[in-house]
Design a binder for this molecule. Sequence first.
Ligand code: SF4
Length: 213
Amino acid sequence: MSNRAAPESISLSYLNAIEYCPRRFYYEFVQGDMLENEFVLEGTLLHQRADQPGQHTTQEGEIQINHLYLYSEELRLSGFADVVEEEEGVLIPVEYKHGKEGKWLNDHVQLCAQALCLEERLPNKATIPYGYIFYFGSRKRVQVHFTPDLRAKTRAAIDLAFQIAALDTPPPPLDGKVAARCRDCSLLSLCLPEEVKLLTSRKGSSFADTLFD
Ligand code: SF4
């Protein structure tokens, strides 16, 4: 049950968190909790370098726009694309990430949501076929195709974000195979997933919720 009103809009960057872990999204979006671990700090510094706003033309004559503001009235999203490139008349979002490509889809979902925002502004319902994620850790530019499956996952992540944002308390920690994500999560020391799960199993969820909300 929830008494909290759903937000009017959600920032694109939080879609990365909701896809990674709904509990993490709740801490960051609803409670404003953000702890810096080495990955977060590295990512912040890299974005400070990549986020210099401006537009320029490449040697090939194509336009690149840095730090472009995006929004979607339909999806109730807003935020920035690190870079939007124009390739043969098609707009291509590019996102910069620290580290290497992960096993999870959170970066792909964030990029696809940027494409959905861009598409809403395009004439004739044109679609954007792909975007890129540049991983500084591996110096690799990964092409991400905006397949029907990725588009559906992205829309599901957006719906979930609005549902979780309306909850009065954080959802439970990740469990099962996906709990492997907790190891690299910057909110591990705040979330205490194993301790919460232990208390929940011993005392029931209401006791654990009381301690850790
Ligand atoms: S530690 Fe695990 S359960 Fe907790 S917020 Fe991070 S990913 Fe989610």
